[in-house]
Design a protein around this ligand. Structure first.
Ligand code: SIN
Length: 282
């Protein structure tokens, strides 16, 4: 089988056809998938039917180091390397119901694990059940956003760092003590891709507390200026899911947002997520 890569019309992202991820990939297909991931930042591989083990193997295309999510209660029963995202409920074994997975994994702009010294390199999602409408995932191309900055702005941002914290915006899981947030983490505001050498703006608005070395007002003003620049329509796309899609993205090049916060609960959506660890950003 030889895979075919078709870029999305939005200027980033690509669909790869001609692959069955439930079977071992040839070296050639593996290289096509990985190169497309680096070139297009976001790849979609439709029409898959995967067991948990096969999904973990597929995630291994993007790196060897898969990381269990901090929210242990949403791990797949067969493997902690898969986190279940779902708005369904299931029996809790005591005559009641419990969530089958995390209903909303982040309807806010972020890059995965930016609050950790080794942020996520890649994230892979596999769609088991998708409603007819709603539950799209939004992406923002932070590489293109960097390249579109003026030289003066590139110079101004170069060398700056920002503090990220998982619990920057208070949420029940933290205030209830159910999950202990990791400590503050300092990240560069401009990062260089470890493999392509391309630079990107490295932001995670939901987790990014402040820009280091600036007074609070100046930090807030600069954050706003950067977010307004990055969130222009020309750097964004909306991914419409189909059941059987495998989607993987490069967290050193993009940020993303779920839209599940506003998904009608009667419309069911279930995905598995695997996170591939990366090296510290530089
Ligand atoms: C995520 O942010 O990892 C999940 C995205 C989604 O559910 O659309």
């Amino acid at each position: 089988m030889v895979a075919t890569v078709t870029p999305f019309p939005e200027g980033f992202g690509a669909e790869i056809s001609g692959l069955d991820l439930s079977k071992p990939l040839s070296g050639e297909d593996r290289a096509i998938v990985y190169d497309a991931f680096l070139d297009h930042h976001l790849i979609s591989i439709p029409g898959q039917s995967l067991s948990p083990g096969e999904a973990v193997t597929a995630a291994g295309i993007f790196g060897d180091d898969l990381e269990p999510h901090l929210f242990k209660h949403f791990h797949h029963p067969k493997t902690p390397l898969i986190m279940v995202l779902s708005n369904r409920t299931e029996d809790d074994g005591q005559g009641g119901k419990k969530p089958k997975g995390m209903a909303d994994a982040g309807s806010f702009w972020h890059t995965d694990l930016s609050y950790k010294p080794n942020p996520a390199k890649a994230t892979m999602l596999y769609a088991l059940e998708i409603p007819l409408d709603g539950g799209d995932t939004l992406f923002c191309n932070l590489t293109a956003a960097y390249e579109a900055l003026t030289d003066a702005m590139k110079k101004r941002l170069d060398g700056l760092r920002a503090v990220h914290n998982y619990a920057y915006v208070p949420r029940d899981v933290f205030t209830s003590g159910k999950v202990t947030p990791p400590p503050d983490c300092s990240q560069p505001l401009i990062r260089t891709h470890p493999e392509t050498g391309r630079k990107a703006i490295y932001i995670s608005p939901f987790y990014m507390v402040r820009i280091e070395g600036l007074a609070e007002d100046d930090s807030e003003a600069l954050k706003k200026e950067i977010y307004d620049h990055c969130l222009q329509d020309r750097f964004r796309m909306e991914y419409k899911w189909r059941t059987g899609d495998v989607l993987a993205w490069d967290n050193a090049a993009l940020m993303h947002s779920a839209t599940t916060k506003t998904l009608d609960p009667s419309k069911h959506r279930t995905l598995w997520r695997a996170t591939i660890s990366g090296e510290p950003a530089f």
